[in-house]
Design a protein around this ligand. Structure first.
Ligand SMILES: [Zn+2]
Length: 190
């Protein structure tokens, strides 16, 4: 599966591109939504319980109900972003060994394959949605089961580089707030 580091990097990129410059606090509160789905490696069935197509609708619907009942003033945009982050996570996992997209209604794991590049015949593209069992080797993407063999934090040098760039992008996006915080901390110590 894609590592926690890669999910974190994509979450940071998405937040840096969608949230306003002075909204560091909402960005930090939304950050966990990019990683939450992997909790199903501890509770329920991994790549199924929190990795299906229905999960991204939960923040949007919950916020809609809470706002209608006038129990919160959290803006709709935060609900949309939380849903987008969940959808991104599931989308990325679908490209890597497969996800049980229609769980609990179906036990089939879908694995998106895409290739685009040059071949001896010219430009070529390949796109398919394969149900593993024929191509996947890992048991947990073929048969739903509760446990996961291992959870990588960062899997390769490329992922490490992407994460460093994402952290830098996030820091530069909110540099004003970060600088204010550092200056206030130093001033308090003096
Ligand atoms: Zn995942």
């Amino acid at each position: 599966m894609p590592s926690i580091g890669l999910h974190l990097a994509l979450t940071l990129f998405l937040l840096a591109s969608c949230v306003k410059d002075d909204a560091l606090k909402p960005a930090l509160l939304l950050l966990p939504f990019g990683l939450l789905s992997d909790l199903d490696s501890l509770i329920g069935v991994h790549r199924a319980t929190f990795h299906n197509l229905f999960i991204p609708f939960i923040p949007l619907l919950s916020l809609g109900i809470l706002r209608r009942l006038k129990l919160t003033r959290i803006p709709n945009s935060s609900g949309i972003l939380a849903s987008l982050l969940l959808a991104f996570h599931i989308g990325l996992d679908t490209c890597y060994n497969g996800v049980f997209l229609f769980y609990p209604f179906s036990g089939k794991s879908y694995n998106l394959e895409f290739w685009f590049g040059l071949k001896e015949t010219g430009l070529s593209a390949f796109f398919t949605l394969i149900v593993p069992g024929k191509v996947g080797e890992l048991m947990y993407v073929i048969t739903p089961r509760p446990s996961v063999p291992e959870i990588p934090i960062i899997e390769s040098g490329i992922e490490l580089m992407i994460l460093i760039f994402a952290l830098l992008t996030f820091f530069l996006k909110f540099k004003g707030t970060f600088l204010k915080f550092f200056i206030a901390t130093i001033a308090r110590r003096k």
